[in-house]
Write a protein that binds this ligand. Structure first.
Ligand code: DQA
Length: 141
């Protein structure tokens, strides 16, 4: 099954960005891990990251048109982008929302995600394992 792993704003900085919160795995290693895990699970995984909200919306439209599943870490956009939520609501296959950190144990403005209400499931606080678990779930449907 075609599966997009989409990462939003600032996630390209993983590995150097607030490593106490987001861990030491850099973005390239995360992408590689997702592709390897996907291949082991029989998923056709494509991993992307952007700091441009418009670009992420375009990728979500494509996923909707292709009937592809999506693993999404929208970063800070998760907390306020209604445009992204609307694009997520158009998807025709499962959407798993992932956050590396436990957003509920952090600042109050991170406790709410506008994406969660249209996601099939949400994983947070498990670091890069969250992506692995999301892919495992998608492969077992
Ligand atoms: C994040 C959590 C968000 O609050 C934050 O803005 C991010 C990363 C996470 O993966 O834990 O950029 O989505």
């Amino acid at each position: 099954m075609k599966t997009y792993v989409l990462n939003g704003v600032n996630l390209g900085r993983l590995g150097t960005r607030q490593t106490d919160i987001y861990g030491l795995t850099d973005y390239a290693s995360l992408a590689e891990m997702c592709i390897k895990t996907g291949a082991e699970l029989g998923l056709d995984v494509e991993v992307k990251q952007t700091d441009d909200e418009h670009e992420l919306v375009v990728w979500l439209h494509r996923a909707a048109d292709e009937g592809a599943a999506v693993v999404l870490n929208a970063g800070a956009w998760s907390h306020y982008s209604i445009a992204l939520r609307d694009a997520c609501a158009m998807l025709n296959a499962p959407l798993i929302e992932v956050h590396l950190s436990n957003i509920y144990a952090r600042e109050e403005f991170r406790h709410h995600s506008v994406i969660s209400g249209v996601a099939s499931g949400v994983i947070c606080g498990l670091g890069v394992d969250g992506y692995r678990l999301a892919l495992l779930h998608l492969s077992s449907r």
